[in-house]
Design a protein around this ligand. Structure first.
Ligand SMILES: CC(C)(COP(=O)(O)OP(=O)(O)OC[C@H]1O[C@@H](n2cnc3c(N)ncnc32)[C@H](O)[C@@H]1OP(=O)(O)O)[C@@H](O)C(=O)NCCC(=O)NCCS
Length: 158
């Protein structure tokens, strides 16, 4: 990537729900997420509600989401959630912007923020082994493949 895209990251607001719903309803985006199918409206609403609930950060399941913008337009979402293994991150880029280094830039921007918010550097990600672009985003940033469960590879930040 010659130039990293210039992006901004801010906490997800309820008004960002339509953008998230667009991603979650797009089969290109959900191909490697969950059962691979676009999400139902109810699932979208439930996940947004949980993300906005601001559960205490030491509670397993506590989520914090971030909207990523480029020139004030939303281009992606970074999600984080406390799990037993550490803080699990996920990242979704709008398909119009794939292949431009947005995922790399937004994970770069999110790692420090998420570590600081949860007070831990123990970050993990679960990736479908066929999702080569996602695995590359992680390994480029020092994540290492630790194990595989339920057909997903578990990466941890070394
Ligand atoms: C996976 C995803 C986040 C990648 O976003 P992106 O902005 O296109 O990624 P980038 O442009 O930053 O590319 C990341 C790396 O993957 C590489 N890459 C891109 N597409 C690739 C492909 N099909 N196969 C292999 N590598 C690929 C890029 O060259 C880049 O490598 P580099 O660091 O050596 O330049 C995006 O496709 C997406 O949102 N997918 C749907 C949601 C998803 O699967 N999220 C991950 C779940 S854990």
């Amino acid at each position: 990537m010659l130039y990293a895209p210039s992006i901004d990251l801010r906490p997800f607001h309820v008004s960002d729900t339509a953008f998230f719903a667009r991603l979650a309803s797009d089969e290109r985006v959900t191909r490697f997420i969950g059962n691979g199918q676009p999400w139902e409206q109810q699932t979208i609403q439930d996940r947004v509600t949980a993300a906005l609930r601001q559960d205490p950060l030491d509670m397993v399941g506590a989520s914090r989401w971030y909207l990523v913008t480029e020139a004030n337009e939303p281009v992606g979402i970074v999600v984080s959630s406390l799990k037993d293994e550490g803080v699990e991150i996920g990242y979704w880029v709008s398909p119009d912007h794939w292949g431009r280094g947005i995922a790399g830039a937004m994970v770069d921007g999110a790692l420090a923020t998420i570590s600081e918010v949860y007070g831990t550097r123990q970050l993990v990600a679960r990736v479908d082994p066929a999702n080569a672009a996602s695995a590359k985003v992680l390994t480029r940033r020092g994540f290492q493949l630790r194990s595989s469960h339920d057909e997903l590879d578990l990466y941890t930040l070394a």
